[in-house]
Write a new protein. Structure first.
Length: 65
């Protein structure tokens, strides 16, 4: 009898499909924000380097002329 109740409790636990709570949504949102900020920062730094390199090359070529 005890084993049957235990098995029923395990099956009920596995079948239960409670949706994510507000805390889980907040954690997911925080992780998404951190990843986005990291990607935007990296992209901005790469773009800044590219523009600085281009400006330097233009300045060198125009002064050589």
């Amino acid at each position: 009898m005890v084993m049957r109740k235990w098995c029923a409790a395990v099956v009920q636990f596995i079948e239960r499909e409670d949706g994510p709570t507000a805390v889980e949504y907040a954690v997911m949102l925080a992780l998404i924000i951190v990843v986005c900020l990291g990607a935007i920062t990296t992209l901005g730094n790469n773009a800044n380097s590219t523009f600085n390199n281009t400006a330097l090359n233009i300045a060198v070529k125009s002064s050589a002329s």
